[in-house]
Design a protein around this ligand. Structure first.
Ligand code: GLA
Length: 674
């Protein structure tokens, strides 16, 4: 009897513990939410993103995850979660604003559920979905199509039911998935510089041959024009050429493992920046906290990391090398100009000429930043009224690049007093008289830069107003921003990428559309963090900027380069598409759902094709519309990121198997194989 009782108790206990296990609940807030990526603020654990009690349309919740669009949280379920439930909505804390979002749930890259667009004041929407067999879950909040503004979004009462003692683990895709595609460069020499370089007669010439391979390496060059010499140890070509012309030079690099040659066409004439500018800019990492020391260290890091061997060469100082109107930092306070109107640098930049010499000594170029208005966007002294002195100062310091940023110039047009702190006008000139007014200050500086005795690449920064690509060349500029500022979010990269095609016909050698700087690596505008873009999003970002023939300006802290980022920035076949001498900008020739196919014609007759997946679901398909891409006949298909041929096809008949990750890219080159 006793035996039976014991057995019964044991069975009951086992059953009840199973039942307990079957009903075991894991709250989302019990997981580590700090790894979520989101557009703004920090993930709220049982609070809104601003740290308040979660409140949706007047209903309060004790538990949940408060976030901000665009937001993504990845959770490893290992197939052990049965079910997920939550109540989702926009948090009341943004009352008075007009946010909209969409909550989406993906399981193993397939959409499981979506809330539809939700607005502020919408009642919390319940979600309850089965997760049977799913390994990886992603909770997403999109910007609802109206930009990521005031999008304070809550996953309230969010919880999982698990069938066993499941260990649910949130993770950050960047730190946990090593995702290196670019093969290591060989020890043998390989010259990676673009095949064409432009300079003006009698300007100081500076060109560092970019070459990978074991050091020491010996450099030489055949047929250099009179006036130029190459340093055999560093590969830095310097001097001056006084006669206009095209000089066909053959570069050579030799080391213990072998030797390599490459043709370089030096064009001495009126045009400079014959391929898009490649380098670094201080803004996306240091923001207003830039200093001469940080710039010098960036130059050192560019060399030490090996980036220089892949063609990266400009070191550009953005805003805040000048004195500031209202900066709290004491180093920003001081007399802005001398008695002759020449600009003075703030105390973080004690000697610009010495800094320029240092940068040039490494075979690199120095860039600087100003505004046609009286103030830069950060409130530092701009060039308004002192354009001539500023152009002269740049030449004296050895500046090779100027980014000239609209900022307060709208206030000049609006007639605001010069020291009005609100001198940032919303003026958006579109045509007619307004257009002339908006073009004038850029032409003025362009003309002055051309008169200097050195080549200064001129970049217009006015966010694309008045279709700048149509008149940038007449302003003597070599590149111009086509968009507002980029941030390290998918929403930002996507919206910028989708807006580039209209300007594409205007790109050519010496004229480049600039979709803003790169947001990979440790960025943060003075608040450093790893780029919030997922690895696939970063591959897509770099592939598209390459196919757009965009100036490539690295925005991250070069002293904190991780393997993944360095690998992204050192793929010579991807860079070669960007630096192609034909100078065409790739455009989207076909859209299939979320797949956009960009094609860029190359000088050698090949075509670079980026199959870019803008959707959240993986795309697997057999592709055959080659005619639409202008591709015919027999072709070799080369995967540029992996640097290997992946298929031989007859594009008139055959198919190409595509397997493109969510928000990812397959970046190929099609080479005719007759
Ligand atoms: C503007 C520009 C940025 C940067 C800042 C500096 O926002 O678009 O790229 O130069 O100004 O203040």
């Amino acid at each position: 009897m006793l035996k039976h009782q014991l057995l019964l108790i044991t069975v009951l206990f086992a059953l009840s513990s199973n039942i307990y296990k079957a009903q075991s609940v894991v709250w989302l807030d019990q997981l580590d939410l700090s790894v979520a990526t989101q557009g703004n603020g920090k993930p709220g654990v049982n609070t809104s993103v601003d740290g308040r009690k979660i409140t949706i349309a007047g209903e309060t919740f004790d538990r949940g995850f408060g976030t901000h669009a665009e937001s993504s949280l990845l959770i490893n379920l290992n197939g052990k979660a049965k079910n997920f439930s939550a109540s989702v909505g926009l948090d009341d804390e943004m009352k008075g604003q007009n946010p909209a979002v969409e909550f989406e749930i993906y399981g193993d890259n397939k959409k499981l559920w979506s809330s539809g667009i939700m607005k502020l004041g919408d009642k919390a929407k319940p979600v309850n979905i089965s997760l049977q067999g799913i390994k990886q879950l992603e909770l997403i909040v999109t910007d609802g199509g109206n930009g990521p503004y005031y999008d304070h979004a809550d996953w309230a009462d969010a919880k999982f039911e698990t069938s066993e003692d499941a260990k649910l683990i949130t993770f950050n895709p960047i730190s946990s998935i090593p995702y290196i595609l670019t093969p290591k460069p060989s020890d043998k020499p390989k010259i990676n510089s673009a095949s064409v370089y432009g300079g003006r007669p009698n300007s100081p010439f500076l060109f560092r041959v970019a070459a990978t391979g074991e050091r020491p390496m010996t450099f030489s060059a055949k047929n250099l024009p009179d006036g130029l010499t190459i340093d055999s140890k560093t590969g830095i070509i310097t001097g001056k050429v006084d006669t206009k012309g095209t000089y066909e030079v053959v570069l050579n690099a030799k080391n213990a493992k072998g030797s390599a040659s490459k043709k370089l066409k030096i064009e001495i004439g009126d045009r400079i920046a014959l391929t898009p500018t490649m380098g670094w800019n201080s803004w996306n990492c240091f923001g207003h906290e830039v200093s001469a020391d940080k710039v010098k260290r960036a130059a050192d890091a560019l060399v030490k990391s090996g980036l220089v061997n892949h063609g990266w060469s400009y070191i550009n100082i953005d805003d805040s090398w000048q004195y500031n109107r209202d900066g709290k930092d004491p180093s920003f306070k001081g007399k802005m100009r001398d008695e002759n109107g020449y600009i003075l640098t703030n105390s973080k930049f004690p000697d610009m000429k010495t800094l320029g010499d240092y940068i040039h000594g490494n075979g690199l170029k120095m860039g600087i930043y100003s505004s046609p208005g009286p103030w830069t966007c950060g409130g530092c002294a701009g060039s308004y009224g002192y354009e001539k002195q500023d152009a002269e100062s740049y030449a004296k310091w050895g500046v090779d690049y100027l980014k000239y940023d609209w900022c307060s110039y709208g206030g000049v047009l609006d007639g605001l007093p010069e020291n009005d702190p609100n001198k940032v006008s919303s003026l958006n000139f579109q045509g007619g008289g307004d257009l002339d007014k908006g073009v004038k200050p850029f032409k003025l500086m362009g003309n002055l830069l051309k008169q200097q005795s050195r080549d200064i690449v001129y970049n217009l920064c006015q966010y694309g107003m008045g279709d700048v690509w149509k008149w940038g060349d007449e302003s003597d500029a070599q590149s111009w921003r086509t968009t507002n500022d980029i941030t390290d979010t998918w929403a930002s990269v996507k919206s910028i990428a989708l807006a580039q095609d209209k300007a594409a016909p205007y790109a050519k050698p010496g004229n480049w559309n600039d979709p803003d700087m790169l947001v990979v690596g440790v960025v943060g505008w003075g608040n450093p963090h790893q780029s919030k873009l997922k690895p696939d999003e970063q591959y897509l970002h770099i592939s598209l900027w390459s196919i757009f023939s965009a100036p490539l300006l690295i925005g991250c802290d070069l002293e904190k380069l991780d393997d993944f980022t360095l690998n992204l920035l050192t793929n010579d076949e991807v860079i070669a598409v960007n630096q192609d001498a034909l100078g065409k900008q790739g455009v989207c020739l076909q859209t299939i759902g979320e797949l956009r196919i960009y094609v860029k014609e190359l000088e050698d007759g090949g075509k670079a094709v980026a199959f870019a997946n803008f959707g959240r679901e993986k795309i697997k398909m057999s592709y055959k519309d080659f005619k639409k891409l202008g591709i015919t006949g027999k072709q070799i298909v080369r995967d540029l990121w992996r640097q290997k041929d992946i298929a031989k096809i007859n594009s008139d008949k055959g198919n190409l198997a595509l397997d493109i990750p969510a928000h990812g890219v397959s970046f190929y080159k099609f080479i005719s194989n007759k």
